[in-house]
Design a protein around this ligand. Structure first.
Ligand SMILES: [Fe+2]
Ligand SMILES: [Fe+2]
Length: 217
């Protein structure tokens, strides 16, 4: 699918509390190979995260089916990323760690069952931020790296959908108003985490925010 055929996901619809500024994607263009290696790791972690929820959530058929399909889709993304690396002659190997997910998860409450809801909301936030950043990469790369641009553009739709699935799963564990309240708190935390990270070659690295950044309130 060509990047021009992909309907962009408006950042406002993702519900994030900050918008990545226009300087971020151009700063990543010199690090495409490293970002793709990291992408493979992120897809593998996303599959593992979905599998972990599959065992922690109540055994209810529809949610189990959703999580199983989600885990499989993340593994398909993992394999697709490995194929792209191979085609570019880039070896798959370790990448420097990024503190984003760990710092984000530190914002979750510690006690069950509220923790499970928070962890689902955090998973939704990671999907939302991935969606935002991959869309920016797809647009920034379409002139110089059309194959990679199309790859990221294909993933954008899936990330937005995954955000919705995790929010739906959270809403099955707690009243909608409670989930919305936790989203508000954790989305503000997510924006603060990104503000505290350096701008480095990571999908979830820090970046100067766009002027339209929402103020948590
Ligand atoms: Fe994915
Ligand atoms: Fe995903």
């Amino acid at each position: 699918m060509a990047i021009d055929d992909v309907a962009p996901v408006p950042p406002d619809t993702l519900g994030l509390h900050s918008t990545t500024g226009p300087q971020w994607a151009p700063a990543m263009l010199a690090h495409v190979d490293r970002l793709l290696v990291e992408q493979a790791h992120l897809e593998k972690k996303a599959a593992a995260g979905a599998l972990a929820f599959l065992f922690r959530l109540p055994a209810e058929a529809e949610s189990q089916r959703q999580l199983s399909a989600l885990a499989r889709e993340e593994l398909v993304h993992f394999e697709r990323t490995l194929r792209l690396l191979q085609a570019r002659g880039v070896p798959f190997g370790p990448v420097p760690p990024c503190d984003y997910a760990e710092r984000l998860k530190a914002g979750a409450v510690r006690t069950m069952p509220a923790r499970l809801v928070d962890e689902l909301v955090v998973a939704a936030l990671i999907e939302a931020r991935s969606c935002e950043r991959m869309q920016l990469l797809a647009l920034a790369l379409r002139g110089s790296e059309p194959v990679v641009a199309a790859f990221y553009a294909d993933l954008v739709e899936a990330e937005a959908r995954h955000e919705g699935i995790y929010l739906e799963l959270a809403s099955a564990q707690a009243p909608a108003a409670a989930v919305a309240a936790r989203w508000h708190v954790l989305a503000a935390h997510e924006a603060a985490v990104l503000r505290g990270l350096p701008c480095s070659p990571h999908l979830h690295g820090g970046a100067v925010e766009a002027a339209s950044t929402r103020e948590p309130g």
